[in-house]
Design a protein around this ligand. Structure first.
Ligand code: G1P
Length: 289
């Protein structure tokens, strides 16, 4: 196997306008919406760190200052918690800051996900990197698996999950073939295919391992769906050089729209040792009413 420099950088695009979450997202970024008691984006930073990526670049936009504050030291809060002897809370607050080195870059115009990823070009340099979309929370080690496929191939890797024909119209869609040596090769990519035109039932979910050749591809690609620069279209240009898929079947929770956000909160609350049993009893009682 060829020795490759391990991937250490993760890019988290968090500049989007969050129109699906209005009015709640008017003055606060949706990446800061809590899932039980933690902002969505913190789960995603933790996932990156767990997969060995400790250099995090968050792409910010207008109105995302709260994200920077969340990952920054909160000295007054720490002093207050210390004075009150609230050691568990102090530990929680400190852990957020100590978790990883977090950098920020501003996406000055909302021109789409591809454009957001392009703002990471200088920080990423000539290395492979991961992209994690903070809307998607994953509870299975998908990113680790993707990094292993990248280690074997040196090429981009996309997280793929089966969706219904109705659902696939909201996602990037990948046609694939098995290579025979346990790999899944991507043979076609379409962003948000119209109903009945999807080339497969596999959706690209919010995790990508990308190689630096994606940057010229993004620069080259014309605006696509919604008039935006789509990362799916840029990756489609790389298929000739090899793009791989990592299929997974469960453990993905969406926070990008109201209903899925609510479902995700219920699932995460039920899974908690401290809250789950009481919350379950409460839900039963509500449903029986
Ligand atoms: C984006 C991507 C899409 C991908 C999806 C995953 O879409 O453009 O290809 O499948 O994230 O969540 P968005 O949800 O921003 O419309």
């Amino acid at each position: 196997m060829i020795e490759r420099k391990p991937v250490t950088k993760a890019v988290l695009p968090a500049a989007g306008l969050s129109t699906r979450h209005l009015p709640a997202a008017k003055a606060q970024p949706k990446a800061m919406f809590p899932v039980v008691d933690k902002p969505a984006i913190q789960y995603v930073v933790e996932e990156a760190v767990d997969a060995g990526l400790d250099d995090i670049l968050i792409v910010t936009g207008r109105g995302t200052r709260a994200i920077e504050d969340h990952f920054d030291r909160a000295v007054e809060l720490e002093v207050a918690l210390e004075a009150k002897g609230k050691h568990d809370e102090l530990k929680l607050v400190r852990e957020i800051t100590d978790m990883a080195t977090i950098h920020y870059v501003r996406q000055r115009e909302a021109k789409g996900l591809g454009h957001a990823i392009l703002t990471a070009k200088q920080h990423v340099g000539d290395e492979a990197f991961a992209v994690l979309l903070p809307d998607d929370l994953l509870t299975t080690p998908v990113l680790r698996g993707m990094l292993e496929v990248h280690e074997r191939t040196g090429r981009p890797v996309l997280a793929l999950m089966e969706m219904s024909p109705e659902e696939i119209t909201s996602y990037g869609c990948a046609a694939v073939e098995e290579t025979g040596d346990g790999l899944v090769r991507v043979t076609g990519l379409v962003e948000k295919p119209a109903m009945g035109t999807a080339p497969s039932n596999l959706a690209v979910l919010g995790r990508y391992v990308l190689t630096p050749d994606v940057f010229p591809a993004i620069e080259d690609v014309a605006p696509g769906v919604g008039g935006e620069i789509q990362i799916t279209d840029a990756i489609a240009q790389l298929i000739g050089g090899g793009v791989y898929g990592f299929r997974f079947t469960h453990g993905r929770y969406d926070t990008g729209n109201k209903l899925d956000y609510l479902k995700t909160n219920v699932e995460y609350a039920l899974a908690r040792d401290d809250l789950g049993p009481q919350f379950r009893a409460f839900l039963r009682e509500v449903l029986d009413r």
